[in-house]
Design a protein around this ligand. Structure first.
Ligand SMILES: Cc1cc2nc3c(=O)[nH]c(=O)nc-3n(C[C@H](O)[C@H](O)[C@H](O)COP(=O)(O)O)c2cc1C
Length: 181
């Protein structure tokens, strides 16, 4: 296990994967990390659908106009859902759970990438979430936030360089004051 800041530095989006499913122990840890994510009022407004079937992954890759194509070659993916009737902040709950999976995957040395579904559309203007829901038989009351692609890393990605972080995004006390290290 890496120390946390090294883990954060090394996590980069991975869109190329080696073939082969994850070890089930690794996959379980990733799913458990999602289930242990903080949620507003502890309401756990999320649900997750694990997809490993190559034909289904190919269909998911076509659910929106761009940015999902690489799912066709991903060994597996977790579709992250939220229930607006359970929490008015289901988007935040599902986003935190998605992030936890990205970090747990990196801790295991695995590759991952967030694919945005909420607010995205296919070429005919249909919501990407409706396409995903139809394909995976997801109940109408649930919304699709994201799909987290998972697999063994298929390429090198450079870790973040601490010297190049956007420190000007941080303000001290009032917005006009720059933060000085
Ligand atoms: C909310 C959100 C939506 C994203 N949607 C997509 C997407 O649809 N397709 C994709 O390939 N990457 C997507 N990404 C990954 C970003 O492109 C990536 O995090 C960003 O370019 C920074 O690169 P890094 O993750 O390697 O640091 C998304 C990331 C976030 C947080």
């Amino acid at each position: 296990m890496l120390d946390f800041i090294s883990l954060v530095k090394r996590r980069r989006s991975m869109r190329k994967f080696k073939p082969g499913l994850l070890d089930s122990a690794d996959l379980n840890l990733i799913l458990k990390a999602a289930l242990m994510s903080p949620s507003s009022k502890g309401l756990h407004s999320w649900e997750f659908v694990l997809v490993t079937e190559p034909g289904v992954l190919c269909e998911l890759a076509k659910c929106k106009t761009q940015g999902a194509e690489f799912l066709a070659e991903a060994p597996e993916a977790v579709v992250v859902l939220g229930d607006p009737a359970v929490s008015d902040v289901w988007i935040e709950d599902a986003s935190v759970a998605s992030t936890m999976m990205l970090l747990q995957a990196e801790d295991l040395g695995l590759g991952s990438c967030w694919v945005q579904i909420r607010g995205r559309f296919d070429a005919e203007g249909r919501p990407a979430g409706d396409n995903v829901k139809r394909l995976l038989e997801i109940p109408e009351n649930l919304e699709v936030l994201s799909i987290i692609a998972l697999g063994r890393k298929g390429m090198e990605r450079k870790p973040f360089n601490e010297e190049r972080l956007l420190m000007n995004k941080i303000h001290m006390g009032v917005f006009s004051n720059p933060f000085v290290k």
